[in-house]
Design a protein around this ligand. Structure first.
Ligand SMILES: [Zn+2]
Length: 299
């Protein structure tokens, strides 16, 4: 897979056996199984070609009965690559909230949120201390944020689109890990996964106003800036759009929640800059999404 990285840092390892995916070097080095999928079902590096069309989530416009067997089979393959199974998996309905759910043994292996209607609806993040639990979130521009506490043997995984980022969903997950598992922020490692980059992510002024209101002017200005509008010849003209940096916004939230700077890995992969490798909502609308997976296992 020919991924364009936005800097030279070695954040990810690429895995080309089986279903291609990325994993975080930081989490790999601690033996914590993790991945982020792509558009590819398979890829032959020697031929630099592969079969695309990996589907891992039932989209709104799809029939559950038709799509479910396909997405479950694909997620099972990915889970197996982590030494896990969808029998150990928990997913949620992901509605761009900042709600985080505490996953227990009985929550695992129910493939659709509909099967647990009361608890897992309106939820965008999960934490768990159940050994070998597999947390999965979906996204096609919204970065996932992976959390791992080797001291307490607990993990978290959240979907951080702009609304969840605004509401600081990673911090909500960290707060729950502190409360439920006695996690100390200084023990937690955090990885911000692939998503849309600042250059690609145009936003209206109402998003700037929302961040300014919630985060204060100085923080809002660090993560949102107005790019000048240009005419056909590249000349600057009145207007321009705000651009939001979801990676930096979530990094600031993690730092603010007490995570050590050295314990944070930040994606240098943009889903829209790499729309040939990843599904991007802005580039393709509803085609499909990637999945982020994290297993509560420590070596
Ligand atoms: Zn980009």
């Amino acid at each position: 897979m020919n991924i364009r990285y936005s800097n030279e840092e070695h954040i990810f390892n690429q895995h080309m056996d089986g279903v291609p995916c990325l994993s975080f070097d930081m989490l790999d080095s601690m033996g914590i199984p993790n991945l982020y999928s792509s558009r590819f079902l398979s890829f032959d590096d020697t031929k630099e070609a592969g079969e695309t069309g990996l589907r891992v989530v039932v989209m709104k416009n799809e029939e559950l009965s038709e799509a479910a067997p396909v997405v479950l089979s694909n997620r099972q393959k990915l889970a197996e690559q982590l030494g896990s199974s969808i029998e150990r998996e928990c997913i949620t309905d992901q509605k761009h909230t900042s709600n985080v759910y505490v996953v227990e043994e009985g929550d695992l292996g129910h493939f659709y949120p509909e099967e647990k209607p009361l608890k897992r609806r309106n939820v965008d993040g999960m934490v768990t201390d159940v050994p070998d639990a597999l947390l999965t979130v979906f996204g096609a521009d919204c970065p996932p944020v992976y959390l791992a506490d080797p001291a307490r043997k607990a993990i978290g995984l959240v979907h951080a689109g702009w609304r969840g980022t605004l509401e600081k969903i990673p911090e909500a997950a960290i707060d729950l890990m502190k409360e439920r598992y006695g996690s100390k922020p200084s023990d937690i490692y955090a990885a911000i996964g692939p998503g849309i980059c600042r250059e690609c992510y145009e936003m209206g002024s109402e998003v700037y106003e929302a961040f300014e209101y919630k985060w204060g002017k100085s923080f809002a200005e660090r993560i949102l800036s107005k790019y000048p509008a240009k005419d056909d010849k590249g000349k600057i003209i009145p207007g321009g759009k705000y651009h939001l940096d979801l990676f930096e916004a979530n990094r600031l939230t993690l730092l603010n929640a007490g995570i050590e700077k050295e314990h944070i890995a930040v994606s240098n992969v943009c889903t829209m800059c790499n729309a040939d490798v990843f599904y991007s909502y802005r580039a393709h609308r509803m085609e499909n999404e990637q999945c982020a997976m994290l297993v509560n296992r420590f070596q």
